[in-house]
Write a protein that binds this ligand. Structure first.
Ligand SMILES: C[S@@+](CC[C@H](N)C(=O)[O-])C[C@H]1O[C@@H](n2cnc3c(N)ncnc32)[C@H](O)[C@@H]1O
Length: 256
């Protein structure tokens, strides 16, 4: 077993995080650079240090869980959601259940709440927002962002749903009523059921083909019969029919 593979096993035992399901080349490159920066020549000496030092462990976990996000990330895709996908749901659904899987610091579930609120009252919108990383979830619940995270937010939406405090923007409390934030590992935890819209963007690219395969099947099972799956802008599914999906639009899949 290589030094890196032994490290993966030790990390799994310590944290429950299975790095063997993340693409090895990229992950190893990221972690080697962090390890070298901290002055460790091997993964075994790095693990010994992580095992004793909570701060080093946290820094390591932050490196694994790449947390970058923003409101309306890839705006053209959100316009498709707003103008084509959600209006179809509105015709048949009095309430909507959405899952923002790997939601990071909350920009994605808040964007979903803003869009859904154009069609339903907030009381009829149920958004589950999950991530493996408790630190990003804590920030998501706070709902305070810098201007850069809001660069794609239209100005009327900014006025309606945000409060500016100096250089930061705070999400209006009423939006939070629609969202439940919860810790969830896509590679290990049970999935919710009867979800109308699953949004899982910019995380599947980090996983191995085998892990993605399992996740697609689980997402397919988690959707309601007319449910829709919205993926990230580099994450088209290679053979959607394998998972019971059909293409509705680029980056949007329905159940077959
Ligand atoms: C780049 S962010 C994507 C945020 C948002 N979906 C977007 O597109 O802007 C990736 C997120 O995936 C989360 N993540 C990584 N591995 C995960 C796993 N096994 N289960 C759940 N979330 C995971 C990270 O913590 C991080 O917050």
């Amino acid at each position: 077993m290589t030094d890196y593979q032994t490290f993966i096993g030790q990390i799994y035992k310590k944290t429950g995080l299975d790095l063997s399901l993340y693409k090895e080349v990229q992950m190893k490159r990221r972690l080697t650079s962090l390890r070298n920066k901290r002055g460790y020549q091997s993964f075994s000496s790095y693990f010994q240090a992580i095992n004793k030092d909570q701060q080093l462990l946290q820094e390591f976990l932050d490196k694994v869980t790449i947390n970058v996000s923003e409101f309306y990330r890839n705006p053209a895709r959100w316009r498709v959601l707003e103008s084509k996908i959600v209006p179809t749901f509105k015709k048949t659904k009095k309430k909507i259940k959405i899952w923002s899987a790997a939601c990071s610091t909350g920009e994605e579930p808040y964007t979903l709440a803003i869009i859904a609120n154009q069609f339903w009252n907030l009381a009829d919108i149920d958004i589950l927002a999950t991530d493996i990383d408790p630190n990003v979830l804590a920030r998501a619940k706070q709902g305070i962002y810098n201007e850069r995270a809001l660069q794609e937010v239209p100005s009327d939406i900014k006025k309606k749903y945000f409060h500016q405090e100096g250089g930061t923007f705070k999400v209006d409390d009423k939006l939070k009523q629609a969202i439940t934030f919860k810790e969830h590992n896509l590679l290990a935890d049970p999935y919710p059921t009867q979800v109308d819209l699953i949004v899982c963007r910019n995380v599947l690219i980090y996983f191995t083909e085998e892990a993605k395969n399992t996740i697609y099947h689980k997402f397919s099972d988690a959707l309601s019969d007319d449910g829709i799956f919205f993926v990230g802008s580099t994450e088209q599914i290679f053979s959607p029919d394998k998972y019971g999906f059909k293409v509705l639009d680029t980056f949007f899949y329905g159940k077959k």
